[in-house]
Ligand binder design. Structure first.
Ligand code: SF4
Ligand code: SF4
Length: 240
């Protein structure tokens, strides 16, 4: 009668790795001494003629894709302090301070308006995990990726970039990739074009009115004081 441990010890040799058996080694590597060296040299000579995938950084800067996630840049003028980026950041490494200012009512009428003024915008790159969520959620394109990556510091506290430094990164953001030929304009451009067309039409209308008024004054006819208003009193003045 055999115990359970004896049964296990009998089974172990059958389940052991087959490669540990010297009889099962590949015949070629046993038969020819120095075969491994020959194989290694063959690999060396083969790769010597190929293009190297490494670069001699920092003497040779790497060619990075244009949308590389190097550092986050801020365009302060576009930021409305909506706080979306700070709320969505999974690491809570965006710090924003602001205050409200009251803008006076416009001269033509209306009411006073309040607006947010950005006091502080900082990103702690020692906590940031470069997920890009803040850039995705910003509704005003105030945040962008820059491919710059050379901002390592000896002091970890220096990795807290305030808004002036984040602004400097913005000048290194590459231009957007051109649209495919035949692609429709982005909706922002269509909207801007609509506004520009409206302004041009209003400007042309104003020029036509000014020309008409100038022609009327030259011919001694009364000037129009408003749309559809050229009263007899004005005509009397012009005749006089
Ligand atoms: S990239 Fe991600 S972790 Fe870094 S600041 Fe933006 S949201 Fe936060
Ligand atoms: S989401 Fe954009 S606009 Fe809003 S606070 Fe962040 S950077 Fe500013």
């Amino acid at each position: 009668m055999t115990t359970e441990s004896e049964q296990q010890s009998e089974q172990q040799p059958q389940t052991g790795p087959a490669s540990s058996d010297p009889q099962r080694e590949p015949r070629a590597s046993r038969d020819f001494p120095g075969m491994g060296l020959v194989k290694g040299l063959a690999t060396t000579f083969k790769t010597m003629t190929k293009h190297a995938h490494t670069v001699q950084y920092p003497d040779q800067p790497p060619e990075l894709p244009p949308r590389t996630r190097g550092v986050i840049a801020l365009l302060e003028e576009n930021c409305t302090v909506c706080m979306l980026c700070a709320r969505e950041c999974p690491d809570w490494c965006i710090y924003i301070d602001s205050h409200k200012e009251t803008a006076p009512a416009p001269p033509g009428g209306g009411r006073e308006r309040t607006r947010n003024v950005l006091d502080r915008f900082a990103i702690d790159f020692s906590l940031c995990m470069y997920c890009g969520i803040c850039i995705e959620v910003c509704p005003f394109d105030a945040l962008e990726w820059s491919p710059e990556f050379e901002y390592a510091e000896f002091d970890i506290k220096e990795l807290l970039h305030e808004k002036d430094r984040l602004r400097e990164w913005f000048w290194t953001v590459p231009a957007p990739v051109a649209l495919d030929p035949g692609a429709p304009d982005p909706k922002e451009m269509a909207q801007a074009q609509k506004v520009a067309d409206k302004r041009l039409t209003a400007q042309k209308a104003a020029e036509i009115v000014a020309l008409a008024d100038g022609g009327a004054a030259a011919s001694g006819q009364p000037e129009r004081s408003g749309p559809g208003r050229s009263g007899p009193a004005g005509g009397a003045e012009g005749d006089g």
